[in-house]
Design a protein around this ligand. Structure first.
Ligand code: ZN
Length: 484
């Protein structure tokens, strides 16, 4: 646990198994309740161990909060379950909250840090689910399109075609993970225009901006910009003292991009240029490559995006190359069920597990150990592809702003319109179960065949009709014009 962290966020337990205690005689119910409580405790402890012993080493201790397992009064859990039921998204409601064990995961509330000096404007917290930031190697995939169009962009087509979302997002993770400021700006802007499940904005702990699944309505970007305006009153790009919507948006994106690019201490690390690999551009991205005039083409190695990307790339075989190895493990477990423990299929997620993953052989020696290590790597990569980044921005107080030595230098270096102190954390780091592998293969096949069937095109109605941010800008310009 990080010293001084504010542990006020309780994550209830949603078991993959059904926890029922209602049937059977009283002694049986009591025994079952004790057993399920023990199971629940172990399941949550497994998440904590996986986060602290495996993910924390890969992503960097500074970014990861492992949390701790806590026991809560059952009445409190029951009341909580009633209170949150209607707030949970429909697609999550197949999982029932465990109200019998009293076990939960306690994590810091990153949306509302309490360890900051009070400022007139409360801290902002931006949650980004970046998804997979690279294209697979052509060696292992059966369909060439997978080496040209990223998984996220193909999945967008699938989701829109199946009605999960009404409009397609123009966000592409490869732009965000590029390390190039222009491409990152483009990516963040499209996250804001069509946030779906990939972006949420909190102010003082309250969610002020997010998407509603299946809804026809676009999220209210004008309202977001209204919330953001007081944070960006000072800075460049001001027209005759008037803070334009465009300037507010640009400054916000710039501050957010800088926070994502900031390094985990040290000198920022080397920059890894991935353009030569030919795997860092997605054909479906609308970012025009010609627009890259200057700036870095890679991420500093110590940076959070770089760490997440490296961890995602533990998936070196793609699901298609991995699946035969998964089958080898499954076959072996059927023949030798007791080896499940030795192969650490369901943990424990300790130092030994991490070593298996990090010291995995380069070449397949036909052993089950090799296959299991590759499956472990894939599952860790899946966690990194599904994680959320929380960027907390705390506006600096006036006194700090006036500190010439430090703040002005920092502002100059980062071209920051207003000084913010930022912190970055990573959440949603649960281990993915072994049986997620065949599910992933089926989903992959569906997504790719849907994309090939539609030729990568969707009805015009699925494109954001007139981005509301642009609409707001135009309206504002027209009003100013009339006023003159
Ligand atoms: Zn893409």
């Amino acid at each position: 646990m990080k010293p001084g962290a504010d542990f006020t966020f309780i994550r209830p337990h949603f078991p993959s198994l059904s926890f029922s205690c209602s049937a059977g005689p009283a002694w049986c119910r009591l025994e079952r309740r004790l057993r399920t409580a023990e199971q629940a405790f172990r399941q949550i402890q497994n998440i904590v161990d996986f986060t602290s012993n495996v993910i924390s080493c890969l992503l960097g201790e500074k970014f990861v909060h492992s949390g701790e397992v806590v026991r809560l009064p059952l009445e409190f859990v029951r009341q909580l379950s009633i209170k949150i039921q209607h707030q949970r998204p429909a697609w999550r409601c197949d999982k029932v909250m465990d109200i019998y064990s009293g076990c939960a995961l306690c994590l810091p509330n990153l949306t509302s840090p309490t360890l900051h000096q009070p400022t007139p404007t409360p801290p902002l917290c931006i949650e980004i689910k970046p998804k997979c930031g690279f294209l697979p190697s052509p060696k292992h995939v059966s369909k060439d399109i997978k080496t040209r169009v990223c998984r996220y962009c193909m999945h967008q087509h699938y989701k829109v075609a199946n009605g999960k979302w009404k409009r397609r997002s123009l966000y592409c993770p490869l732009d965000l993970f590029s390390g190039n400021k222009q491409r990152m700006h483009f990516a963040i802007r499209h996250l804001i225009e069509e946030p779906q499940n990939n972006l949420k904005v909190f102010k003082g702990g309250q969610c002020i901006y997010s998407s509603k699944e299946g809804s026809d309505e676009s999220p209210d970007t004008n309202s977001l910009l209204h919330h953001l305006r007081p944070y960006f009153l000072r800075g460049n790009n001001r027209v005759n003292g008037h803070v334009t919507t465009k300037a507010v948006l640009n400054d916000f994106i710039q501050v957010l991009g800088n926070a994502l690019l900031s390094a985990a201490g040290g000198d920022g690390g080397q920059v890894t240029d991935r353009t030569g690999e030919g795997r860092s551009f997605c054909e479906a991205s609308l970012f025009n490559k010609e627009r890259i005039r200057h700036g870095s083409q890679g991420l500093p190695t110590n940076n959070i995006l770089s760490r997440i990307l490296q961890t995602q790339m533990l998936d070196s075989l793609d699901i298609e190359g991995l699946y035969p190895l998964y089958c080898r493990v499954e076959q072996h477990l059927q023949d030798f069920p007791k080896d499940r423990t030795g192969l650490q299929i369901d943990g424990p997620y300790d130092q030994n597990f991490l070593e298996k993953v990090q010291k995995c052989l380069m070449e397949d020696d036909d052993s089950v150990e090799y296959a299991a290590a590759k499956v472990h790597q894939y599952r860790i990569a899946m966690t990194a592809k599904d994680c959320s980044i929380m960027v907390t921005l705390v506006p600096s107080s006036e006194e700090e702003d006036d500190d010439e030595d430090l703040s002005s230098q920092k502002r100059l270096r980062d071209f920051r319109p207003q000084a913010f102190s930022s912190s970055v954390s990573v959440l949603d780091l649960d281990p993915k179960p072994l049986d997620s592998v065949p599910r992933q293969l089926r989903l992959d096949q569906k997504i790719v065949s849907c994309y090939l069937r539609t030729g990568g095109t969707l009805p015009n109605s699925s494109l954001p009709p007139l981005p509301s941010i642009l609409a707001a800008e135009r309206e504002e310009r027209a009003l100013r014009f009339q006023a003159v």
